[in-house]
Structure formats: structure tokens, C-alpha cells
Design a protein around this ligand. Structure first.
Ligand SMILES: Cc1cc2nc3c(=O)[nH]c(=O)nc-3n(C[C@H](O)[C@H](O)[C@H](O)COP(=O)(O)O)c2cc1C
Ligand code: SF4
Length: 423
């Protein structure tokens, strides 16, 4: 579903994946133009996997690495239960993602492309497999392989994916300096999100000026956003960056007057429901502490408790870490426990709040990957956005939502449900 502007990466979406033939009828045939490096830079495309880093800069870094055996890794792991954009894209236009990956491979001089989809997403695995078979018959371009790591949230982190391709381990790896170059075997590797690849496929066909016809000068183009929570039903929209949040919620059939929005995903940040006129793009969201992140919006209705929802996400993130580093092994469970205590145990709420803030300061910037930083960002934003709510808890007046609501919106179902039961 798109709004106002015609669909781009979701063009031709019909409820099943387009065949290669249908794909070429919809988008035209693709040849990788020599001008693509310049077009990519001029397009201003930012990665759609979460960090929002300029794709042209990543490509440039890899172009200057030596070696004929470079690898492009397409990241379609999408680990959060509230994120569906890459799955939706691959269910509609797998060939557009593969076209973009092929463009990136040509740009950096890679001969191999590894498409990584969680083995839990068997339907998506089948779609990609079928698309790769269709392309095999053409017999041109880089060698594509499909890899299906086991599902876990941190497996989508880029060094974890590369670790998987090297050693069948889905743990992130320590990287003292960033940006640095990851390696599959001895070959330099570039990890690119699946949606980012689809945009590259379109920029290659239609150019940077066309790409910039949508979006804002700093955040050009369209983007996919998964909208869940207080919505008629969870949905994925393709929107122009810069679209007001209110319009996105309306198009998704969401609660028009929510308590708050979780923006960017579980490693993202809360935004108060008062700010629905803000534009959906990083420059405007960041001025309010929020983020586009992994293209996720969770709509939290007024009857809910923001602190309880935050606790739920933090507990989930603590359970999902790879527990290799102190901040995750000890810090995240401690944050979750502090939030639980604030919610349910009124003996020393002021002390708990002070401890929670101190823990955030200690954890920030300390892990081997950005997983704990994401949790700290979320907790920080909760302390800001739900300050009034938290005051009530601290002063011994838990909000009504805590005793009346049993409907979760941020983490729909948990493996470790016993950690989180209401008291
Ligand atoms: C804990 C964690 C999980 C991540 N999971 C994903 C994921 O599922 N899919 C994804 O594309 N990027 C994920 N990322 C971001 C990747 O590390 C990487 O930045 C991204 O794939 C690069 O693609 P892009 O430049 O096209 O955005 C994750 C990052 C972290 C810290
Ligand atoms: S910071 Fe956390 S998730 Fe990242 S590698 Fe260390 S323990 Fe694993």
C-alpha cells in the first residue's frame, strides 16, 4: 500500500512474487550503467537497515579494497516481531532486490552475493530460491547463494551475519574501529539491507533526479514502514520520506490519538502522541529524539502504560543479546529488573530511578555491537516521553493501565513470558 505518490519498490505488488518476466515488464530490463557510482552518490540514498548510513559511502569504501573475491551480503534477516518490511518486499518484488544486489556487486567488483534470510521465514526462503532459479537460466552476473541463518535478533547485525557465513555462528564480532571492512574468508564483504538493494535497483534504472522527486533534500526517496500496535491490522506502507506521521497513521488505519509511537524498532525511541505533525524523516524525528531506524512504527494507545511497554521491550532485548559482553550479559537484565521494580515494587522508587539512569550511562557505547546502545536509547526516550507517567509510579500511584490492561502492543508474544507476568 502506498500513499499519494505512486509505489516504487512495491510497484506491481500483487499478493505473490513477480516472476522475472513480470518484473521486467513492470520495471524494464536492467543493465548496470557505468554512471551508477555518481548516480548513487547524487541520489543521497541512506541504508534502510537501521543505521541510516549513506549507501554510496559504504560502496566507495569497498570499491577501494583489493581483491577479486569481494562479497555482497543482502541482509533480509528482519529480526523484530514488529518489523515486516523486508519480508513484504521479498514477497512482492524479489527480483528488484536481486537486481540491486547485482548492481552493488558490479560497483565494488564482487563476484559473489549471499542473500541471507532467516530459516524461520520459510515462505520468503522459497520466494528467493525460486527467483534465483529463474535468474540462473540467464547465466550472467555474479554467483548468488541463498543462506538461511537460524533466527535470532542479533543475527541481523552485520558482523554477526558475516560470522555466520564464516563459521556458522550468529554472534556479533568485536570491531575496534568503525567504519571498518568485514571479511568473508579473506574476501572483503559489504552488508546491505534488502530494501536498500531494491532502491539501488531503481536508481540504476531511473537515476538520482528521479529518486529525489520524493522525500526531502536530506532524506530523499520513498521508504517502507511497518505499522503495528493499535492499528486495524498490521500493515506495511511505502511512503515518501517527510510524510507527516499523522498521514501515515491514517493510511494504516491506526488509532489517530495514541499515547505514543515506538519509532525505529526495539532499538529505536519513543515519540509522544502529541507530535503527529512531525515529518517521517531522520532530520525531523531526531530533533525529538526519535528515529526512522528499521522502518517500524508501533502505535501505543492511550489506555496503555508506556513504562510497562518499555519494560517488555527491554526484557525481550535482554533475552535476545548474545551475552558475550558485560553490558548485555549484566547491564540489560539489570535495566529490565529496574523497570520491573519501578512498575511493581514501590519501596524505593526514587532510588531505582537514579540507578536506572546510572546504568544507562555505564552501558552506553560499551558493547561489541550496537545492541545495548539501542536499548539505552529506548530507555532514555521512555524516561523523557513518559516522565509524567513515571512520576505517578514513583509517587506510589501506578497508572490505571497497569491494573486494567492486559493487551500488549510492543512485544506481542514472548518465549520468556514468565519473566514478564503482571503482578
Ligand atoms: C542488534 C542489531 C540487529 C540488526 N538487525 C538487522 C536486520 O535484521 N536487518 C538489517 O538489514 N540490518 C540489521 N541491523 C543493521 C546492520 O548491522 C547493518 O547496519 C545493515 O544491514 C546495513 O544495511 P544498510 O546500510 O543497507 O542499512 C542490525 C543491527 C544491530 C545492532
Ligand atoms: S554487545 Fe551484546 S549483542 Fe553485541 S556482541 Fe556484545 S553481547 Fe552480543
Amino acid at each position: 500500500m502506498t500513499m499519494d505518490a505512486p509505489p516504487r519498490v512495491m510497484s506491481g505488488a500483487s499478493g505473490r512474487p513477480l516472476t522475472l518476466r513480470e518484473h521486467e515488464v513492470t520495471f524494464g530490463t536492467a543493465t548496470v550503467g557505468a554512471a551508477l557510482v555518481g548516480e548513487l552518490e547524487a541520489s543521497g540514498l541512506m541504508g534502510r537497515g537501521g543505521a541510516g548510513f549513506a549507501t554510496s559511502k559504504k560502496v566507495e569504501l569497498l570499491r577501494h579494497q583489493r581483491g577479486h573475491h569481494k562479497v555482497v551480503v543482502v541482509n533480509a534477516m528482519e529480526g523484530e516481531p514488529v518489523g515486516h518490511k523486508d519480508r513484504t518486499l521479498l514477497s512482492a518484488n524479489p527480483h528488484l532486490v536481486l537486481d540491486g544486489a547485482q548492481c552493488v556487486a558490479n560497483l565494488i567488483g564482487a563476484r559473489r552475493v549471499a542473500v541471507c534470510v532467516s530459516r524461520k521465514d520459510s515462505a520468503i526462503v522459497n520466494h528467493v530460491q525460486r527467483a534465483l532459479h529463474e535468474r540462473e537460466r540467464r547465466g550472467t552476473g555474479p554467483e548468488f547463494i541463498l543462506d538461511t541463518p537460524p533466527w535470532r535478533y542479533v543475527a541481523g547485525e552485520e558482523s554477526a551475519l558475516v560470522h555466520w557465513l564464516n563459521d556458522n555462528e550468529t554472534m556479533p564480532q568485536y570491531r575496534p574501529q568503525r567504519p571498518n571492512v568485514l571479511h568473508v574468508g579473506r574476501s572483503p564483504a559489504l552488508v546491505v539491507n534488502a530494501e536498500t538493494c531494491a532502491h539501488v535497483g531503481l536508481i540504476n534504472r531511473f537515476g538520482a533526479l528521479w529518486f529525489r522527486e520524493l522525500g526531502t533534500p536530506s532524506s530523499p526517496g520513498s521508504t517502507l514502514v511497518s505499522v503495528t500496535g493499535a492499528v486495524h491490522r498490521p500493515t506495511v506502507l511505502e511512503v515518501a520520506l517527510g510524510t507527516p506521521l499523522r498521514s501515515i497513521l491514517r493510511a494504516a488505519g491506526a488509532d489517530p490519538d495514541p499515547l505514543a509511537l515506538l519509532t525505529g524498532g526495539y532499538g529505536g525511541a519513543w515519540l509522544s502522541g502529541e507530535h503527529l505533525d512531525v515529518a517521517y524523516c531522520n532530520e525531523d524525528l531526531r530533533s525529538l529524539g526519535a528515529t526512522v531506524g528499521a522502518g517500524i512504527l508501533v502505535v501505543v494507545p492511550k489506555g496503555a502504560c508506556g513504562l510497562a511497554e518499555t519494560h517488555r521491550v527491554v526484557q525481550w532485548m535482554a533475552n535476545e543479546s548474545s551475552r558475550q559482553c558485560g553490558p548485555c550479559a549484566f547491564g540489560l537484565p539489570a535495566l529490565a529488573e529496574d523497570l520491573r521494580t519501578l512498575l511493581h515494587d514501590a519501596r524505593d522508587p526514587h532510588g531505582v530511578l537514579v540507578r536506572l539512569k546510572e546504568r544507562c550511562d555505564v552501558i552506553q557505547g560499551r558493547g561489541a555491537c550496537r545492541h545495548p546502545d539501542g536499548v539505552v536509547r529506548l530507555v532514555d526516550s521512555a524516561l523523557r516521553v513518559f516522565a509524567g507517567h513515571i512520576d505517578e509510579h514513583v509517587n506510589g500511584f501506578p497508572c490505571a493501565a497497569l491494573t486494567t490492561t492486559r493487551r500488549w502492543v510492543t512485544v506481542p508474544a514472548l518465549e520468556h513470558e514468565s519473566d514478564l507476568v503482571w503482578e
